[in-house]
Design a protein around this ligand. Structure first.
Ligand code: SAH
Length: 358
């Protein structure tokens, strides 16, 4: 019989499983805590569980262990960038950022990405597969275990499009939320999407109070299509309508991500158009000076343009911040470390990862 990944079970599923083993279901509380809070990797560390039950668990299940292949630490700000290996040898990235208000982890939701945004490194190697909920939550467990740090905030802004892996992402949020587990409130979780409209509506109905971030990056559909293929599928108007519904149902404000690209979307006219689009919405704009990726064609907007852009938005009453650049001395932009790893393994070890047929 194939062993099951015990990390993938919700608390209710674990209770059922323990009963199926002929044991009292209250043990599920202990086991869930050991795995999701204490982060143990060996059943023998579950000291309040009988040896017999530990043995049964070992026979039927395994604890998911993700391997840290590489960890780069920024000398400037302590940002830690992890290259993490999944059981099938695919590699993903997670980043731990240290802010005054606590530690934030940026997690990946897929191996690669289908969305094809032209400025993004994650997309360059194509799409391989979506992550399981346990592989998403596992990034937190692995990074906490490795760094000894406590994580208080999560952003789904690593490799992949979270709303293209909807069920697993929602499950991972609920697992991370769970009081017996990491117990991190949804208000400390941000999910970023390039705008998969139907799933924004679904998310609004989930009764999860997470922050929604929209990667807008342009103010007209025509311009957006130049850098983001998803703009061929959904218009900005459709996205904003979905956002309004999200605000109506959750009461949460929306954060709009806008990567400033020199000569592409960084003019005063762009700023004014953005302010006009967001008028009357509970919104916040997060300006990201574009991270120049290897072989990329897009250049970072000069400081002056970034400042002017922010001031224009602020003077129009749109709350705007510039994302403080962390880890600029390491491979900070998402997808860069994985890309480097793939290039290296392709060259020296043959393909260690599998590309999907899609
Ligand atoms: N697929 C999701 C999450 C991925 S990345 C999304 O599209 O939102 C998180 C954010 O970083 C997105 O806003 C994305 O557009 C942006 N991003 C990607 N590459 C970037 C780069 N090179 N410079 C600046 N921002 C970038």
């Amino acid at each position: 019989m194939e062993k099951i990944n015990i990390n993938e079970l919700t608390f209710e599923e674990l209770e059922k499983f323990i009963e199926e083993l002929g044991e009292k279901k209250f043990h599920a509380r202990q086991i869930f805590k050991w795995i999701h809070r204490e982060k143990v990797l060996d059943f023998d560390q579950m000291t309040d569980i009988s040896k017999a039950l530990r043995e049964k668990l070992r026979e039927r299940t395994y604890i998911l262990e993700l391997k840290v292949l590489e960890c780069q630490v920024s000398k400037k700000d302590g940002t830690m960038k992890f290259l993490i290996e999944l059981p099938d040898h695919n590699a993903i990235e997670s980043v731990l950022m240290k802010y005054n208000h606590g530690n934030t982890i940026c997690v990946s939701s897929q191996v690669g990405c289908k969305m094809g945004c032209k400025f993004c490194a994650s997309t360059k190697e194509g799409f391989v597969r979506s992550l399981l909920a346990s592989e998403i939550e596992g990034q937190l467990l692995t990074v906490e275990r490795y760094s000894g740090e406590k994580i208080s905030n999560i952003v789904y802004m690593g490799i992949g499009e979270p709303l293209d892996n909807y069920d697993n992402v929602i499950k991972s949020i609920r697992q991370i939320n769970y009081p017996l587990g990491l117990n991190i409130g949804a208000r400390h979780i941000s999910l970023s999407t390039c705008g998969l409209v139907p799933n924004i509506y679904r998310l609004a109905e989930e009764n999860i109070q997470c922050t929604l971030s929209i990667s807008l990056h342009a103010t007209t559909d025509k311009k957006r299509r130049e850098t983001m293929p998803i703009a061929n599928k959904y218009t900005i108007k459709e996205i904003l309508d979905a956002c309004k519904e999200y605000i109506r149902l959750t009461g949460r404000r929306i954060s709009f991500e806008y990567a400033l690209i020199y000569g592409q979307n960084d003019s005063r006219e762009d700023a004014l158009a953005l302010a006009k689009l967001l008028r009357g919405m509970i919104a916040h704009v997060n300006l990201i000076p574009v991270n120049e990726i290897k072989n990329g064609i897009y250049k970072k907007a000069p400081e002056k343009n970034i400042e002017n852009f922010m001031n224009t938005l602020n003077s129009c009453g749109v709350v705007t911040t510039v994302r403080r650049e962390l880890g600029s001395d390491i491979d900070a932009a998402c997808g860069q470390l994985r890309k480097k790893y793939i290039d290296k393994t392709d060259q020296f070890e043959g393909k260690k990862y599998t590309k999907s047929e899609e």
